[in-house]
Design a protein around this ligand. Structure first.
Ligand code: SAM
Length: 205
């Protein structure tokens, strides 16, 4: 891993993902999480304050050591046990059907093979259990999509492999999830190429 990716990107992610306007979205996406939860791309723990009381334990999957260290303050205030249990969403170190819920927030943009990661999440979820997600991805409007394709090479270099134009719903279909709730909108205050969000839940059949 490059010096930039190891020492700088987790700090950029900590600030960029910690904007005040994301708190309401985190609250929405975490609502309904239950039991043992696997969270892929845990980052610096911005979701910790939003886990509902129905969650009993969170298994965090995060490759960046610095991201995990930056989560320290938030983890100290956590009301449920959170353990860093894995490093790569594409290869989860869990048995089949171990989890009651899964969580992914602004992560499918960065994982090199997001369909592989989603297949892994599906594998470790119990049948009928749900993945809760909020992700930025391919915009619904063509003019914004053009900007996404123009900016994506720079974004990938600066932001640790973050893609701007991934078709999130299509990725869920490819991984065998059934979408059960879905909302697409532009995030308030964010530039549209970065702020084309999908927020919803997808069920393991
Ligand atoms: C834009 S950040 C989002 C962080 C966090 N989910 C949040 O909402 O604040 C993307 C995260 O995905 C992580 N990531 C990158 N590759 C990954 C992989 N293969 N498996 C799991 N997480 C990965 C990054 O280290 C980073 O923490």
């Amino acid at each position: 891993m490059s010096w930039w990716k190891t020492h700088v990107v987790p700090r950029i992610v900590d600030v960029a993902c910690g904007q005040r306007q994301t708190a309401e979205l985190r609250q929405r996406v975490c609502a309904g999480l239950t039991g043992r939860v696997v969270e892929i791309g845990f980052g610096s723990g911005h979701n910790v304050a939003h886990y509902p009381a129905t969650v009993t334990r969170v298994d965090a999957v995060e490759p960046a050591d610095l991201g995990w260290r930056l989560a320290g303050r938030r983890l100290a205030l956590a009301t449920v046990p959170v353990a860093r249990s894995g490093l790569d969403g594409q290869r989860l170190p869990f048995a089949d059907e171990e989890f009651d819920s899964a969580l992914s927030t602004w992560t499918l943009c960065t994982i090199p093979d997001p369909v592989a990661a989603l297949r892994e999440v599906r594998r470790v979820l119990k049948p009928g259990a749900s993945l809760h997600l909020v992700e930025h991805g391919l915009a619904p409007t063509v003019a914004v999509q053009r900007w996404q394709h123009r900016l994506e090479p720079v974004q990938k270099r600066v932001a640790g492999g973050c893609h701007l134009a991934r078709p999130i719903r299509q990725l869920l279909d490819e991984a065998g999830f059934q979408v059960t709730a879905w909302d697409e909108f532009y995030e308030q205050g964010a530039p549209k190429p970065l702020g084309a969000l999908s927020l919803g839940t997808a069920r393991r059949p």
